[in-house]
Design a protein around this ligand. Structure first.
Ligand SMILES: NC(=O)c1ccc[n+]([C@@H]2O[C@H](COP(=O)([O-])OP(=O)(O)OC[C@H]3O[C@@H](n4cnc5c(N)ncnc54)[C@H](O)[C@@H]3O)[C@@H](O)[C@H]2O)c1
Length: 443
């Protein structure tokens, strides 16, 4: 079986790498520099194990990259659309890229024999499939293709595992023959899983329901961590333990942090609200607002403890395990800190670049300890393993001040405090100050 994957980003590259363990895959991107780099063995995004898998498939002659969509579609049985569907300036889904690819696919299919399955993995708004189908039909009078909605549910940082061991695979099509082919295709590379089959509209809404539910959980835990902060000696860690053993709730996405980010949650929440078109949905309408309020609260907390000066931020990416900085909370928080007039020193183990507006305002360091020199405080925003294994004695020696803001609730407060550092986090209302160490131990 030959497979064509269009869009060599986080989803498309993972899809290509995973399917090429078994099938011949042609990976297509419109950007020549991306294709040239991939052909040379370079991978322009970071995802654990991805580079090795791509190298392996190239070596085995199972994976190729090109900018020429025509050749790839003509020679493929299945075409996966994995291009970006970002927000436009109003927060609605911008389908420019997905429709441009669909138009091209339609034109190419009008010259092709045999049946092609066109699978959309890109996240679409409700009924987005109708626009994709219409544009393909408008460019191809032949009845030689079938559409499947197959929204991708992988998470960056664990994308390969998520793809190969999915909780479920969503298939939106009513063509039984194609359902069987898709099941066979996934079954041959993925571990045993559940196939959830339905109409394309239900597949689209299921994907959006999943992402907005996860965003809601993050928002809920973060709001709760701020409520816990109002009550002395309360501890969100203990509270969550008491809550998460409830099987109805469970523990995934139940950890406070600096808010959700990345290319999916903020976009999907806002995109869905626009698509709901007049349906009053106060929870969804306020979800991104809650996320922003939380990030403002974090900045206010920093400002109330260190009113000015030099501060260090650890973590730029929106989570660990990825180089993706799209809608990263770290960027929002740094923008607010810049407005307060701080001088910011930044470290991230996967640093690539800053957004243009922060380039002249943030000093970037290669070593996490060097980033502390002259600084009043360190603010932890991304949960990288490298920060878990930190040497607090070295932190104390490098910092000019003595303040630790742990906005991932990653470190053990008493250990930090015992090094003579003052510790602040989310939802742990204890006096974790070095001068109070004896008092804390008595609690
Ligand atoms: N990133 C994630 O974690 C994730 C998870 C699930 C679903 N999704 C969804 O999957 C889709 C892709 O997301 P992504 O993060 O991989 O995007 P991305 O921005 O990382 O990659 C998209 C790629 O498509 C290419 N492209 C755009 N137009 C093209 C065209 N006409 N022909 C060929 N290539 C073209 C771009 O150059 C880019 O390399 C989006 O709809 C997103 O919402 C993303």
């Amino acid at each position: 079986m030959n497979i064509c994957v269009v869009g060599m980003g986080y989803v498309g590259l993972v899809t290509s790498a995973c399917f090429s363990t078994k099938y011949n895959v042609m990976g297509i991107d419109i950007k020549k520099e991306i294709v040239d780099n991939l052909r040379k063995g370079g991978v322009h995004i970071y995802e654990p194990k991805l580079k090795e898998m791509i190298e392996n498939s190239i070596q085995k002659g199972k994976l190729w990259f090109d900018t020429n969509l025509e050749n790839a579609v003509l020679n493929s049985d299945i075409v996966f659309i994995c291009v970006n569907t970002p927000s436009d300036s109003l927060g609605q889904y911008d389908l420019t890229y997905v429709l441009a690819v669909s138009e091209q696919i339609g034109k190419i299919l009008s010259n092709k024999r045999g049946t092609t399955i066109v699978v959309c993995k890109s996240t679409l708004p409700p009924n987005g499939h109708k626009e994709v189908i219409n544009i393909i039909k408008n460019n191809n009078p032949l009845d030689n293709w079938v559409y499947v909605s197959n929204p991708e549910t992988l998470s960056e940082g664990t994308a390969i595992k998520d793809f190969m061991e999915p909780d479920r695979i969503i298939l939106g099509t009513e063509n039984q023959e194609v359902i069987d082919i898709m099941k066979k295709l996934y079954h041959s590379i993925c571990s045993q899983t559940v196939y959830c089959v339905g109409k394309p509209i239900d597949a689209e809404l299921a994907k959006l329901f999943s992402n907005t539910t996860l965003a809601l959980r993050v928002g809920m835990v973060n709001e709760f961590s701020r409520i816990a902060d109002k009550f002395s000696e309360s501890d969100i860690g203990h509270i969550l333990e008491m809550v998460c053993f409830d099987k109805r709730i469970g523990s995934s996405f139940m950890k406070p942090g600096p808010g959700y980010g990345g290319s999916c949650f903020p976009k999907d929440v806002e995109g869905l609200v626009h698509s709901a078109n007049g349906v009053f949905s106060p929870i969804l309408e306020n979800l991104n607002y809650s996320n922003q309020v939380h990030q403002l609260a974090i900045t206010d907390k920093i400002h109330s403890i260190i009113p000015k000066g030099v501060i260090t931020v650890w973590g730029l990416t929106f989570k660990a395990g990825t180089d993706d900085i799209r809608d990263s909370p770290s960027i929002t928080i740094m923008r607010q800190l810049v407005q307060f007039g701080y001088t910011i020193q930044l470290h991230d183990p996967m640093f690539k670049q800053l957004p243009d507006d922060l380039k002249s305002k943030v000093q970037v360091y290669k070593s996490k300890y060097d980033s502390l020199i002259d600084s009043q405080a360190v603010i932890l925003l991304t949960d990288w393993q490298e920060y878990k294994d930190v040497d607090f004695q070295a932190v104390k020696e490098s910092l000019k001040g003595n303040v630790i803001f742990d906005f991932r609730n990653m470190w053990y407060p008493l250990f930090v405090t015992s090094q003579g550092l003052n510790y602040y986090s989310l939802g742990k209302n204890y006096p974790f100050l070095a001068e109070n160490l004896n008092r804390i131990e008595q609690i």
